[in-house]
Design a binder for this molecule. Sequence first.
Ligand code: MRU
Length: 350
Amino acid sequence: MMPRPLKYARGVLTVLDQLRLPHVVRTVACRDPGQTAEAIRSMRVRGAPAIGVAAAYGMAQAALASRARSSTALLKDLERAAARLKAARPTAVNLAWAVDRVLEAARKGRERRLPALKALVEEEARAVEEEDVRLCAAIARNGAELLRSGDRVLTHCNTGALATAGVGTALGCVTEAVRAGKALHVWVDETRPYLQGARLTTLELKEARVPHTLITDSTAGALMAAGKVDVVLVGADRVTAKGDVANKIGTYSLAVLAKHHGIPFYVAAPASTVDLSLADGASIPIEERPPEEVLSLQGRALAPKGTRALHLAFDVTPHTLVSALITERGVVRAPYDLNLPETLARPWEG
Ligand code: MRU
């Protein structure tokens, strides 16, 4: 069994180094918020919900390490750590959401004595992790119902257990449907340049014994044209009030292709991925990563010296191309500007 992507105990966050998978299973110990932020920035831990959980524990580390002698000073230390953690990766709103949630809990508890306030911060971080396990289970159940036995599902990037604290989002729907007895086949996009599909999704599907085939990202259109894809199912890093979806670069092209071929395009994500403060996709901050990550493959140069490269880590799929959003609170369909806020306002007792 593969280790969990994250494990926290007494101030140390042990991160499964996802840059080395599948061939090297190695963990990295992060002992302070700076090291945790670096594990997020360098993508040793990745996937929107998982980086949210890691950052929440980064806040717990900041509380433990603080030498503050008053709650006001401790809150200042926490605010500094929050800013550093949030800057690690800008697109996935779960990161900012989790950090702000922990900070807010600390602000509310500021009347407590310092040791109790520090304990409260750690408890809130743990609550973020435990909640993610329940969120994933609910998303998986809701999404599994949309899949029919015999479906050939195309997925992008990695949205499974490695990307969350639980069973995953989009990939969790697949493994849940298979667990419920449905026969599925998964087309796995390799997902250039980090190869989350080739390295991580294949590993998870192999462990779950789900039949799958790895394809290059540019193969999707040919498969759809040949009638070999029944559903496209992906995760999300941020969803706007209108239902526009930021996800791993290449998702938008898949959505356009799916629309052209009349194939449902589903997005699975927890409600914490929805950012109602943003009206549409144009306002989502898109992470631009170093060009070297495109110019080389696992440390080996691909292009001639001096070649310019652009590395956008995410793209935005307009809501008009999204057939449904699968959340823990249920499946949401258009009109998203009406149905998303309504679904999110429902209490969730997960
Ligand atoms: O750059 P990554 O690997 O963090 O990107 C991950 C994705 O784009 C996922 O689809 C998304 O975060 C959802 S993970 C459940």
